[in-house]
Structure formats: C-alpha cells, structure tokens
Design a protein around this ligand. Sequence first.
Ligand code: ADP
Length: 336
Amino acid sequence: MEKIDFEKIVENLQEIVVAVDYDNKILYANKAFCSLFNTNCENLNGKGLYDFIPEGKDTVLIKDYTYKITKKNDEYCSYFFLNIIDSEMEKVYSDFISTVSHELRTPLTSIRGFADTMLMSFDKLDETQIKKFLSIIKDQSNRLIKLVENLLSISKIQVQQTNLVYKSVNVKSQIEQAIFVLKNQYPNHPFELKIEDDVLPILVDENKFQQVMINLLDNAAKYSYEKGSVTVRVANSKMHNMENFVSIKVEDHGVGIEPENMTKIFEKFARIENHLTRKTQGSGLGLYIVKSLVEKMGGKIFVQSSTVLPNSGSTFEVLFPAATYTSQSIKAMEDK
Ligand code: ADP
C-alpha cells in the first residue's frame, strides 16, 4: 500500500487547522486558515496565533460567521481547529425547525390526547364534557390550519409567487367580516369599529386584505389582558404624501412592545418574550406576512407602542391606496 500523505490531507481540509509551539507561535497553518485570514501561508512561520484569534475564547466571529475554537495538545505542539457553528442561514433554519416542530407538536398532542380520552371513556363522559373536548379538538385543528397557511404564505412570498387580484373594496364590510371571525375566537374581548363617513374604497386583493386584518386583530386580542378592548379606526389618510390612502388603525390596550423590538417583530419567526407570549400560541410569522402583503399591495405599515403603563398597548396602522386614484396605481402595482 502506498504511504498516506497526511500533510497533503490536512493542507486541503475544509476545516481550519493551525499548529503552534508552546509560545503560541505558528508552526503550520493549512490553506483554509490562510484563506480565512487573507494571508500568505508562506509568511506565517513564527507569527503569533493571537494575532489572528482572541486569546482564551471558545468562539470567534469572522466575516459574519461564528467559529468554535477547539484545542488539542500534542507532545511537541498544540493544534487549534476552527469550525463554523453559526451562520445567519443556520440560525434562521434552526429557529424554523424549533418553531415549526413546537407549533406542530403541541396541537397534535392535544388533539390525540382528547380523542384518546373520548374513545376510552366515552360512556363515562357527559354531554358537556364531550362538547368541551370536541371544541378543544376544533380549536387545535384551527391552530394547525393557521400554521400551515402561514407557512404556505411565506414560501410563496419568498419565491415572489403571491398572485394578487386587485379590486375596489369597501373597507367597512371587509373589516366587519374580519371582526366577526375574531369575535368568535375571542368572545371575551370587545371589538369596536369606528369609521368616518366618507371613507374611500381601496384597491387591494380581498383575500390578502382579510389575511392582514385577521392577523392584526388576532394579535391585538392575543397580546391584551382578559376582556381588553380592541378598536379599529378607519379614515382617509391625512398623512403628508399619503393623502390618497385610507388609514386603518388597530388599537389595543395590551402588553405593548419595547422600543428596541419595534423592527424585530416584523422579522420571520420573531417572537418577543413577554408574559403573554409564553401563554399564547404563535409562530412569529404573522407580522412578517402582514408587512410583506401590505407592501406588495402598495401600502405601508406603522406601529406605535409603549410598555410604560401596564396596558399602554399598541396601535398598528396600515395604509392602502384608495381605489379612486388608481388607473396609474393599478398599472404601477401590476408592474411590480
Ligand atoms: P406571533 O404572534 O405568532 O408570535 P407575530 O409575527 O404576529 O407572531 O408577532 C411577532 C411578535 O410581536 C409577537 O411574538 C409579540 O411579541 C409581538 N406583537 C405582535 N403584535 C402585538 C401586539 N398587538 N401587542 C404586543 N405585542 C405584539
């Protein structure tokens, strides 16, 4: 058998390897090390390891990647290995897996549990108990459907495949429809619609508009205390440069959002810790989808919130183009 050339193997490894003497002077570094640090391997001999990586640390951040540093001691020298442990993509991916598996497993476990109980003890249960168990099964199935719909929405958004069908829409009846859905889901929260008389029809995709409103109303109730009211205010926009838009504000008196999280809430899978997020269900996809859809329909979204008082609450405002100013806007949107 031919002699194995270990040096050649190490030289071409993707893993980053560097060997140092007991004064931490570099004796050898492989190609991956030199290319990571943009340095010439020929000139490394005698240079200090800590000119490249921090002393006494287990990890180092280089060009947006975090590397884990592992050290192995030999009789004559020490070897250091650097391996990527975290990249933005990996983080997004692992967040995705953990959110989705939690969001799938929790309702499925509960559906199976209640179905099992009913099958095994059907004769011992009274009508009220059976109704209660069936309504839990229904709620949990709805939760699964919502997750699947959200996941389908984000995959479509990502491949830019959301096909929108624009038409002139009456804001009042659309919002009443969304409120009707939410009232069923949150019977303890009063929902109120305050709409000015002369509100213009808007130019949107009806289904996507419903999806936006339902997500915002759902959050408003979900992140409010028991019986917390939710108000929707609709008016023609008076905002500078947005006079041809209709403004829809969803106001709650819930936990509010800290200033440092105001942009983070719109990121994919972002759930902000508050004492209600732990109790409530969610995948962190709602606002990402809302913002993407609103912007795709030529609108804008703003948020105002405070956590100063226990129920200062939040206001999410979405603005959509009025249908009247539209032959140009339809064209502009179709071109998008
Ligand atoms: P989810 O509700 O599934 O967690 P969202 O994308 O809809 O995901 O919201 C992201 C985060 O923004 C939530 O986890 C919550 O912390 C915060 N949030 C959203 N709406 C509100 C609101 N009305 N009041 C307070 N916090 C909110």
